[in-house]
Design a protein around this ligand. Structure first.
Ligand SMILES: [Zn+2]
Length: 397
């Protein structure tokens, strides 16, 4: 049996006044996803249990059949997996952003979207001041990853709390510094980074060019390495994933899925949809399960772009779901699932809690009759809450 999972990230929404009271899924023409839903079923699944935060890390773990309440340890460890940074059971991963705090306030959590090349030079300088056991890996742009090797004994504890810098725009940063047992080592790295970075040539050049400089690092999102059973051991199928998002790559890596990459695949609405479908179809002979994750609808929601969100859904339908549905019978028995991870309503432009519609069909899934893939029709189909139970159902486990 071959399985394909297509994730239109954040596609689930509320009725929009700009769409005459329809949701983007209702406004979009989706003949292929409707075909899949009619072949099988369209129902609801809930991937974000309280008190976890709605985001793709928690929600894709659930979609892939893992109870996030059991396995989720934080965002940074998943990004470590995407960067290929190995973590032992005693180790921690911590997000390390270059931020712009010129006056004690969080003025820009991206340091004016500092480039990866500039960031890499700053990382080199910062390595000099790190205490023993800490290691810094450069990431993309302003995002880096700090690892703490805990074999020498834990110097900070599970009660440490940190603050995502994008959630405190223009706030005084003093109120949001790391707290809890051993958090002084994190506060100390942040304070010392100010001195190292102040007159670094990269920052001098940025200021001269009228750009925002990286005044310090901001540490947040810490977590220990999760202990996930590999997907093929837990469920059987050998998997691979295509995505433009590091965080989702990290989830795939932890599951033991191979990474399918091609030029033109991005985490934005300009992504090459057809290239992702081709990757999936070209690799179906080598894998039992392929996941195609598309970030575009989520990005359109964050940007508040109603038309773009509708368009991205139609692109996914025409260039991904359609060709894959047509190709699957060549490989024998198959099942296909289309489901977003979480909701991202255009009204709030932020992720939200709540169930999302899925469509699933293929061998052995009885048709529930003609149905359209949207939030309303999904309310009448089979529901999964908690959502992690959908995957074992799809795989007949
Ligand atoms: Zn998002």
């Amino acid at each position: 049996m071959k399985y394909v999972i297509v994730i239109p990230d954040g596609c689930a929404d509320d009725p929009c006044p700009a769409l005459g009271g329809k949701t983007p899924l209702q406004a979009a023409r989706l003949p292929n996803i409707d075909r899949l839903a009619t072949l099988g079923v369209c129902g609801l699944t809930n991937n974000v249990p309280h008190p976890l935060t709605p985001a793709s890390d928690v929600a894709t773990l659930s979609l892939f059949g893992y109870d996030p309440l059991e396995v989720y340890t934080g965002r940074a460890p998943l990004e470590a997996a995407a960067l290929g940074v190995a973590l032992g059971p005693a180790d921690w991963a911590i997000r390390c952003n270059f931020v712009h705090v010129p006056d004690g306030h969080m003025r820009d959590f991206t340091s004016g979207h500092i480039s990866s090349e500039e960031g890499g030079q700053l990382v080199e300088a910062l390595r000099e001041i790190l205490p023993a056991g800490f290691d810094l890996t450069p990431g993309v742009g302003y995002r880096n990853l700090l690892a703490y090797r805990g074999e020498t004994g834990p110097i900070f504890a599970d009660d440490v709390t940190t603050q995502p810098p994008h959630d405190i725009p223009d706030q005084p940063v003093d109120r949001y510094l790391p707290r809890g047992t051993g958090s002084d080592v994190l506060r100390d790295i942040m304070a010392r980074s100010r001195t190292v970075l102040a007159d670094h040539p990269v920052n001098v050049a940025r200021r001269a060019a009228g750009k925002k400089d990286a005044t310090q690092v901001w540490l947040w999102g810490q977590g220990r390495a999760p202990t996930l059973e590999q997907f093929d051991r837990k469920y059987g199928p050998r998997g691979a994933i295509t995505t433009g998002v590091d965080l989702v790559r990290g989830v795939g890596a932890l599951l033991g899925w191979d990474r399918l990459e091609a030029p033109g695949i991005t985490d934005y609405i300009d992504t090459d949809y057809a290239a992702q479908a081709r990757l999936a179809i070209d690799h179906l002979d080598r894998y039992d399960l392929i996941c195609v994750h598309v970030e575009a609808p989520d990005e359109a929601s964050h940007a508040g772009l109603v038309e773009e969100k509708v368009k991205s859904l139609e692109q996914i339908d025409a260039h991904i779901v359609g060709p894959i549905l047509d190709a699957l019978p060549k490989f024998g028995d198959w099942r296909m699932l289309v489901s977003p991870d979480h909701r991202t309503p255009l009204t709030t432009r932020a992720h939200s809690y709540g169930a999302v519609p899925y469509a699933a069909g293929g061998a052995g899934i009885a048709s529930g009759g003609p149905v359209q893939y949207d939030e309303e029709h999904a309310q009448r189909g089979p529901a999964f809450d908690p959502g992690w139970q959908l995957m074992p159902w799809l795989l007949n486990k």
